[in-house]
Design a protein around this ligand. Sequence first.
Ligand code: TPP
Length: 554
Amino acid sequence: MSRRVGLSDPLTMHTSSHAFLSVLVAHGVDRIFEVPGESYIGLLDAVADFPQIDLVTCRHEAGAGFMACADGRLTRRPGVFMVSRGPGASNASIAVHTAQQDAIPLILVVGQVPQKDLRREAFQEIDYRAMFGTIAKWVFEVTAPEQMAEVAYKAVRMATSGTPGPVVISVPEDLQQQEVPEVRWRALPHDPLRASPAGLARVRELLHTAQRPLIIAGGALDVPGGREALLAFAQAWQIPVCVAFRRHDLFPNRHPLFVGDLGLSNPASQMAQLHESDLVLALGTRLDDITSQNFTFPRCPQPAQPLVHCYPDPRAVGLHFATEVGLPCQPKGLVEELTPDVDAIDPGARAQWARQLRATHEQIAAWPQRGADDGVRFFEVVRHLRALAPTDLRVCLDAGTFAAPVYRHFGFDPPQRLMAPLSGAMGYGTPAALATALREPQHRVVCMVGDGGFMMTGNEMILAVERQLPIVFVLANNGSYASIRIHQDRAYPTRHPGTDLYNPDFAAIARGFGMAVDVIEHEDAIDATLRRALQSQGPHFIEVKASLRVSLPN
Ligand SMILES: Cc1ncc(C[n+]2csc(CCOP(=O)(O)OP(=O)(O)O)c2C)c(N)n1
């Protein structure tokens, strides 16, 4: 029978919370984001006994969750965040959804009402299995203190295996501080999933005969060495590469074989060309609706050309599309095995196909010329940033139309990185930048956010001041939820209720936070301001008085 540990017990006591945290630490967890709540002060108290855990106190559970999402994406270990029951968990749900859509390993720990009150609709009670049932990979409510170590172990395993994703652990407050036996559990990394010899042989055959092959590169290639392996493979076989939705940083965008991204606004003429492909190699992508252009490319369910689909989760391979070869394995290992020592084909044969796709991409990616008289054209800010960008820049984006020029024109070249939510969640950008700067202090981080998204989680920016993180925050202030206004202008052109924004003095807010601040009101100030900000030792906030008209349809 377990015993509750009280305040007078010696600190050496090993509690259920210690057991839980020990297992997380053994699996590499070294940072936890949190907004405190009385429902989990037992767990929170135990964190103080783990000096190797950096406890990051946040201002809103969505902010904490987005930070954990970004951290999980960068480390490929579960990002961990802790929140209070009911209201805290409700605020946290946006991050659970983002982790699911973005395939990010994430562990959300929620304090729960005491066991004796469960299912009596006690104060702030929620049944988390029902609440998160469809957006989390696994939801578990602890029923005995001895389970805590096992639960932590399974949470790591569930979050990181197959398609990575979110796990939710609910811990009743009376189960957090019981004495339990010490645990020393750690699973060593599993063997990577490999393709079968028959599968490899079949793909080689297809590679040799195809005349217009195309690679669609997805997030499962975002592993150490994944980008290099993809580049070597594409070059050896002379295959053009398209990146999946918001995965621009997987392949050097300046490379002649880079032919664009599959996103929200691919022109019909470009898609018509891509449909001409006679072999599609979908490597490390789940072929989601946006990447597959609403399940039209490849054609669903029977593609017009042979489809090779490789993803390290058997449930995702060929889920929507009939495959010629389905490979439930690591795409990095696959392309390594398929990359011969010498060039495999005569580059001349496929050059015409690649040149044609590349020319179309270059047209689409050319910087726009559109004029505007109602403020700074935000694409000019993006263009200057591109010119000044360090080779290892991290660009963290919120959701909004201000980000469109980044996706379309910026042109990432690894090791530059793009951190953007596949879920399209507003409020992601600022917390993601903070988590990125904490995890990768050696790299320069720029956050771009709209006036709408900034008012959702911009408050988390105080962490950059507290820890002196040299992040450049660029706020596009166009006085509107412009992305939605664009939709209104197309569907209901005569009016646009609900999308105008009455804004505060953002510069004054940032100054109040204790940051260096600049306001860009004219385009001739962009270059000097960005240069100054990129040199800054601490956080730097730039408000751009942005044109609204330039983003709206003509
Ligand atoms: C949390 C959340 N709420 C609502 C939306 C729908 N939405 C997508 S973009 C957008 C407007 C973004 O406005 P802003 O941040 O000002 O950027 P802009 O589009 O003006 O550049 C909205 C409301 C969303 N994606 N996420």
